[in-house]
Design a binder for this molecule. Structure first.
Ligand code: ADP
Length: 611
């Protein structure tokens, strides 16, 4: 039976009454999927839990309804940078919004509190720690409240991957403000996390709205890590002037990789918890303000990243759970334009994570370990990557071919003689008495000459060099697939390969198997279309560059990130339609009344230079 939290209730949509607001403030003609239901739930004062992937337009869902209600919406958000971005965006659209956080000067705080008390804000942003303070609760009792919004609500659950204890305090809101609606928003929440959110926040008669987890604009690729710099270069060179994140597992990897990239002429900055707070802030700002396009980071570079025009996210090692991957890779293409997510992995990543995690002792540890194995499955699977991710989060995937992942694009093909190759691998594992790991076994099969092979006399085995016509990398890939397909297991402590019942049967000649191999890359440079990157409707690239330049300088002057001025989507629309008067700007996506008045007169002269 499905959990109660996974069933969506029927909520009437809000489209007709809210349309004028959508157009006036946001400059949009229609809602994205589920936005109207999420807005309607708030307008009908029904508690809600909204689960929509990154880039689905969650913020609009809770920012719009308050414009049609008396009072202020209180938004709880985990990070100052996120709050600041949202407040700047809202103010830029002409919606009064305020913020209170511990980093503000005393005078600013007093000013914000006074305005809040006077009911001048439609939205007010606060961190969970700030909300829990008695003085803040007192302030709220003096104000007219429209509703509470809990953003990144998965932080409330210990089963989530970003548990934050201050979020638990939010459970008091219901009792303290009994008549005020509570609306929780998150991008990732498995059914147990959903139940946890509903219970912890005491959501009543809650209407969970669960969107489709697929991010069709993201192109997923997984590659076996062989020559890191070369593999990175292939992706970076596809996006020379665009923003991207490269994730590494350790701080040391971040520092080394940044140095290597700089030596190759790429402009890149590092980000990890070992840098001073000042350096971290500077590097993050440079990336957000488009001063630098490549950031090399550990997962410490996380939640506060709202830059919407990130065109690629590369993982140089496997993350420890699908949830982490979904969230980190999900930072690409927030503006809904195409973006690429490349995961470079090797079998040793699992071993590395296991040594970081240590022996599992509690239920929580065991859960973490099973998540690690599921992540490893993602790397090994031979089905569509969109399908894998969507099914992992408990949803169905209807497309037979997504056209947007390496498998569906035919970058892997079935190995013709799978069964013979698999038997040769298994037989080698039997000859080394199931006491060695994938790296060594692949070297023996490839016929490598190593000290370890000589020391154990493995060059005397009948299986030595038995697969010498294949690269060691391919053999390792097939060993990983044999583990994934449950013919082999890795012994937990040392990672030595051992047979399962299925593996023993296959060795005896019983059973079937199909292995996949990467298709050899073609020599000539592939066009975007061949790489699965759908081409956009054409626009004038020179005008787009000129508009970006102007956007950057306005952003600098206003001390906000460029994407807050206009998104890339809006700039491309301008570069496509070339409006010749202010009235022409009106129909362009993302231009509401305020921006039309304040910004378009600055952009018009630039457009006119490109007839
Ligand atoms: P999320 O919080 O779910 O990650 P955002 O609120 O950042 O998503 O929105 C993602 C992008 O979608 C933004 O660029 C936003 O302006 C755009 N967007 C939101 N609602 C609409 C809409 N109704 N029509 C077109 N674009 C929209």
């Amino acid at each position: 039976m499905p959990s109660p939290a996974t069933e969506s209730k029927a909520i009437p949509n809000a489209a007709s009454s809210t349309m004028p607001m959508l157009k006036q403030y946001w400059g949009y003609e229609s809602f994205l999927p589920l936005q109207d239901q999420a807005v309607a739930a708030i307008l009908h004062r029904q508690d809600s839990l909204v689960i929509l992937p990154t880039g689905s337009g969650k913020s609009l869902c809770y920012q719009l309804p308050v414009l049609m209600m008396p009072g202020t919406a209180i938004v709880v958000s985990p990070l100052v940078s996120l709050m600041k971005d949202q407040v700047d965006t809202l103010n830029g659209m002409g919606i009064p919004a305020g913020i209170l956080n511990s980093a503000m000067a005393e005078r600013e705080r007093k000013d914000a509190i006074q305005k809040m008390r006077a009911g001048e804000y439609k939205l007010f942003y606060v961190a969970p720690e700030g909300l829990a303070k008695e003085s803040f609760i007192e302030l709220l009792h003096q104000c007219k409240l429209a509703y509470f919004v809990i953003d990144e609500a998965h932080c409330i659950s210990q089963w989530g991957h970003d548990f934050r204890s201050a979020y638990r305090e939010l459970g008091k809101l219901r009792e303290l403000f009994p008549g005020v609606g509570i609306h929780a928003f998150t991008a990732t929440a498995t059914p147990p996390v959903r139940d946890d959110i509903i219970q912890a926040l005491h959501l009543q008669d809650c209407a969970p709205l669960v969107g489709h987890f697929d991010r069709p604009n993201l192109l997923y690729r997984v590659q076996y890590r062989t020559n890191l710099m070369k593999q990175l270069g292939e992706v970076l060179d596809r996006y020379p002037d665009e923003g991207g994140i490269i994730y590494c597992i350790s701080r040391k990897d971040v520092d080394e990789l940044t140095t290597s990239l700089k030596a190759k002429g790429y402009q890149a900055l590092p980000y990890h918890a070992g840098l001073s707070a000042d350096a971290r802030q500077r590097h993050q700002d440079a990336f957000m303000n488009e001063g630098v396009n490549i950031i090399v980071a550990t997962i410490a570079f996380g939640m506060g990243i709202d830059r919407s025009n990130i065109r690629y996210v590369i993982h140089t090692g496997m993350p420890k759970a699908i949830e982490n991957y979904q969230q980190e890779a999900g930072r690409a293409g927030r503006d809904r334009l195409n973006a690429e997510c490349v995961l470079l992995y090797s079998g040793v990543d699992v071993v590395k994570w296991r040594s970081i995690m240590g022996e599992p002792k509690t239920d929580y540890d065991r859960l973490a370990l099973s998540k690690l194995f599921e992540m490893s499955d993602y790397c090994q699977q031979s089905i569509c990557r969109h399908r894998f991710l969507v099914e992992y989060f408990g949803q169905g995937f209807e497309k037979a071919n997504c056209q947007h992942c390496d498998y569906c694009l035919g970058e892997y093909e079935a190995l013709e003689d799978s069964i013979t190759v698999a038997r040769k691998i298994l037989s080698c594992i039997a000859r080394v008495n199931e006491r060695f790991g994938g790296h060594h076994v692949s070297q023996v099969l490839h016929g490598a000459s190593t000290e370890k092979i000589r020391q154990f006399g493995h060059d005397q085995l009948s299986t030595y060099g038995l697969l010498k016509e294949y690269s060691q990398r391919d053999i390792q890939l097939w060993i990983d697939q044999l583990v994934y397909l449950n013919f082999l297991v890795r012994e937990p402590q040392y990672g030595s390969l051992q047979f399962t019942t299925l593996g023993k049967q296959l060795l005896k000649g019983e059973g079937e198997i199909s292995l996949a191999k990467p298709v050899k890359p073609q020599k000539e440079k592939k066009k975007a279309k061949q790489l699965g990157i759908a081409e956009e409707t054409p626009f004038d690239p020179n005008l787009f560059e000129a508009l970006r330049k102007l956007r950057r300088s306005i952003a600098q002057e206003k001390k906000v990130p460029p994407y807050i001025i206009f998104s890339d989507v809006t700039l491309k629309e301008i570069a496509r339609h070339k409006p010749t008067s202010l009235a022409d700007f009106e129909g362009i996506k993302g231009i509401g009344e305020n921006k039309l008045k304040e910004l378009c007169p600055l952009f018009l002269p630039v457009v006119l230079e490109f007839p």
